[in-house]
Ligand binder design. Structure first.
Ligand code: SAM
Length: 272
């Protein structure tokens, strides 16, 4: 691996593994960012080979995330957000979108990739409203009990949990369990935002899943509608429900001709 690529010549933090592809860096690569290494690009090649429009999947997801965050802050009145598996900083970060509506929104970013922490810290000049912590989303209780979360999030007040493009990187048993444990944390009036690769019974979903699982990354589950509905068990779906990501309250910036429209599902739900 070229040790310095993506970091403007700076050495990567010592805990960054250049020999294994990272989800955060691969995702940054397909989004057109610059925080990736040879090993990530090679894993991405396997995806492009299976579905040449793979980068549009990431864009459709980011576009849904933008609309849903804007909706949560503008329409649902949410002022506190915990973003699980938040990823590397990109164009239109959650805190920027939310704080453009109300500068007082508090955001806690959570990721287990060391590069996310390094770059997140650099990006956040004002840690009074936003912070980034390193933790494992497979232990949601630990995240909610973390004093750094408590500094910014008053768990007695309404908040939203974002699990965008993260549950599909967890094994089936783990993903349903994590979703249930997140739901158990929420009190009435809290929201979750979930987006996930979709198996809508078309061959491309299976081919891309194989490329994710066997092409180096090792994770990336395409789940059916029925499987994804389980994530929202006991919650009230916000209109229009669990839908193709681009069909969730589309606006003038939403892709209308995405060729991967049927490969991504998303929803927002409220704890009654
Ligand atoms: N949420 C962002 C979005 O939707 O645009 C980024 C999604 S990115 C595909 C998935 C992120 O989850 C990566 O940054 C990765 O490092 C992180 N991640 C994967 N497994 C994780 C885990 N067990 N705990 C915390 N973060 C994890």
């Amino acid at each position: 691996a070229r040790a310095a690529d993506g970091l403007d010549g700076a050495a990567p933090p010592p805990d960054v593994d250049l020999g294994t592809p990272s989800i955060a860096r691969l995702y940054d690569y397909v989004l057109g960012g610059k925080e990736h290494f040879e090993v990530d690009r090679r894993a991405a090649d396997a995806l492009y080979e299976a579905v040449p429009e793979t980068s549009q999947l990431a864009k459709d997801n980011r576009n849904h995330l933008r609309r849903a965050v804007q909706w949560l802050v503008r329409e649902a009145g949410i002022r506190q957000i915990v973003d699980l598996g938040s990823g590397l900083p990109t164009v239109g970060n959650v805190h920027e979108l939310a704080q453009a509506v109300d500068p007082g929104v508090h955001v806690v970013y959570v990721d287990n990739d060391p590069l996310v922490l390094a770059h997140g810290r650099a990006l956040l000049s004002d840690e009074t409203t936003t912070t980034v912590i390193t933790a494992d989303v497979r232990e949601p209780e630990t995240i909610f009990a973390d004093p750094r979360t408590a500094e910014l999030i008053d768990l007695q007040q309404p908040y939203a949990v974002i699990a965008a493009s993260i549950l599909h990187h967890l094994d089936d048993d783990v993903a349903y369990d994590v979703a249930a444990r997140i739901r158990a944390q929420l009190h009435s009036g809290c929201y979750v935002l979930i987006s996930n690769f979709l198996d809508d019974d078309e061959p491309r979903a299976k081919e891309l899943e194989r490329a994710f699982l066997e092409g180096g990354l090792g994770t990336g589950r395409f789940r059916t509608w029925a499987e994804q509905r389980r994530f929202y068990d006991g919650l009230e779906m916000v209109e229009p429900g669990l839908v193709y990501a681009n069909d969730w309250k589309p606006d003038h910036l939403t892709p209308t001709e995405s060729r991967v429209h049927t490969l991504y599902a998303a929803g927002v739900a409220r704890k009654p």
